[in-house]
Design a protein around this ligand. Structure first.
Ligand code: ADP
Length: 498
């Protein structure tokens, strides 16, 4: 039932309190069936800002029941109407960009100016983009015989489970939810433990536009809430972003049910800087590619930077100077470029990798300065580290760190660097920086990654398909292709007219 549009609440603390202890099921904000909750902490100050509902199998059952009911009616609506409503969600979210940006900063410690506002803007854009694609849910006319008309049509899968992580929850939820809804599915979102409130707020905003139950949101832990969602017999598709380890668990459960899955997992993305590269652009590209403004908490982070020997020292010096100039501070402060790590577990993990890099003989170039403000003393700040002197065999070059730590590896030979870049279990993204057209083209053909870029390090865009190969995942997100291939079934219809 359409309700009054919500008014943006710019005090994230007030919003976190208001949203505490609730899932969104069947159009209502409800407590967990068990009544349990868990604390949500602001990592910049180490303070508890609210309690999220602790979802379990009973909540999954309630959400699935609501979704099954709503989906049947939704699928019957004309496709242009579905598209119009999803685009309207995007416009409604636009009015909440500032509110959502502040709330996501409170939960995750990401800087408001450099990260959260941008992410909240892309969330809104993605809904508008997919709403406009509704009439592209076309089938085909297959040539077969003059007397047998053969056509295909795209049909919704039914109930989609969308499991998201904490690093860019708004962007990732948008790329899952918007195409799933336009294609005629109902969705149940399971938010990440660290960042439940912003996702719930988005769901509350959409709930004013979409029919109740079409869109449900559960918060909780992976094993207690995510696992029963994947295992539920009436969930017909899982779209998951998270770690490789959890991706494998999700895939196994989905295999037992024989349902399709999309998995966006980890990465160890190479960036290759050739001797003829424009170094200013390459250094700026490394800052963006490494996602230093997000403390490196990105699966596409350019965490292996191969630099030609002849420009290696110059590149390291310029990159260090650029990262040194970035301001670490209160994530809510407009002056801040770099905020905090999301949780104490991640904080310890990242510190552990820095120590391991030093033990392995690397030289740690530690950048930026810790904030001096005493109110941030408990904040999970990690100074960015650029390692030199490590090889592609080192632990830091092989494992995903998910922190502001990158390895610069020296090379001399083009063939050798392509081989090293591909010598990884991952295959999410890769970039090469050169003005040599032949080498650039050659690299695009030979780098093993879902996304290869030359002389740029652009972040995910709603209309450009994105997804990894090897251990980085299965299937694509974003773009029309993702909506057609991953949120519909194709039915073939044959009509014998003889
Ligand atoms: P990270 O450790 O980087 O947060 P995870 O893969 O653990 O990555 O988490 C990503 C998402 O997957 C989170 O929403 C989390 O709750 C969920 N999750 C974790 N374990 C499971 C599981 N066994 N089944 C389903 N979802 C899970």
């Amino acid at each position: 039932m359409p309700t009054e549009p919500l008014t943006p609440v710019l005090d994230p603390y007030a919003l976190a309190r208001e949203l505490s202890g609730r899932h969104l099921i069947g159009g209502e904000l409800v407590a967990a069936a068990s009544g349990r909750t868990f604390d949500v902490v602001n990592p910049a100050k180490g303070e508890v800002v609210g309690q999220a509902a602790f979802g379990d199998a009973a909540d999954v059952d309630r959400a699935v029941a609501a979704a099954v009911k709503a989906q049947k009616e939704w699928a019957k609506r004309p496709v242009r109407e579905r598209g119009r409503l999803v685009a309207e969600c995007g416009r409604a979210l636009q009015a909440h960009v500032e509110e959502l940006a502040r709330l996501i900063t409170l939960e995750t410690g990401k800087a408001l100016r450099t990260e959260s506002r941008i992410e909240a803007g892309v969330l809104s854009d993605s809904f508008v983009f997919y709403g406009g694609l509704a009439t592209e849910l076309k089938g085909e006319n297959v040539p077969f015989s003059p007397t047998v008309m053969t056509i295909t049509q795209r049909e919704p899968i039914g109930v989609v489970g969308a499991i998201i992580p904490w690093n860019v929850p708004l962007l990732l939820m948008a790329l899952k939810i918007a195409p799933a809804l336009v294609a005629g599915n109902a969705v149940i979102v399971k938010s990440a433990e660290e960042a439940p409130f912003t996702v719930l707020r988005v769901c509350q905003i959409l709930n004013g536009i979409l029919p109740p139950g079409l869109f449900n949101m559960l918060s909780g832990m992976g094993p207690e809430c995510g696992a029963p969602l994947v295992a539920h017999p009436k969930v017909g598709k899982i779209t998951f972003t998270g770690s490789v380890e959890t991706g494998r668990i999700v895939y196994r459960t989905a295999a037992d049910k024989l349902i399709p899955v999309t998995l966006e997992l980890g990465g160890k993305s190479p960036m290759i800087v050739m001797d003829d590269a424009d170094l200013d652009k390459a250094v700026a590209g490394a800052v963006v590619g490494m996602r230093f403004t997000r403390q490196g908490q990105s699966c596409t982070a350019a965490s292996r930077i191969f630099v030609h020997s002849s420009v290696h020292d110059e590149f390291v010096g310029r990159l260090k100077a650029k990262v040194d100039a970035m301001v670490m501070g209160d994530p809510m402060d407009e002056k801040t470029d770099i905020g905090t790590i999301v949780s104490p577990q991640q904080f310890e993990r990242v510190k552990g990798y820095i120590e391991a890099g030093i033990r392995e003989g690397g030289t740690a170039h530690t950048c930026s300065a810790l904030p001096e403000d005493p109110s941030l003393a408990k904040g999970l700040y990690v100074r960015p580290v650029i390692f030199t002197g490590l090889t592609n065999e080192s632990r830091l070059a092989r494992e995903e760190i998910f922190g502001p730590v990158t390895c610069i590896i020296r090379f001399d030979d083009f063939e050798d660097v392509i081989a090293q870049a591909n010598d990884t279990e991952y295959g999410l993204a890769a970039t090469i920086w050169t003005n040599d057209l032949k080498k650039a083209m050659d690299a695009t053909q030979r780098l093993e990654a879902g996304l290869v870029q030359v002389n740029q390090n652009l972040v995910v865009q709603p209309n450009i398909s994105y997804g990894g190969i090897k251990s980085s995942g299965l299937g694509k997100e974003a773009s029309l292709e993702a909506m057609l291939e991953h949120f519909t079934h194709k039915k073939t219809i044959m009509i014998n007219m003889a």
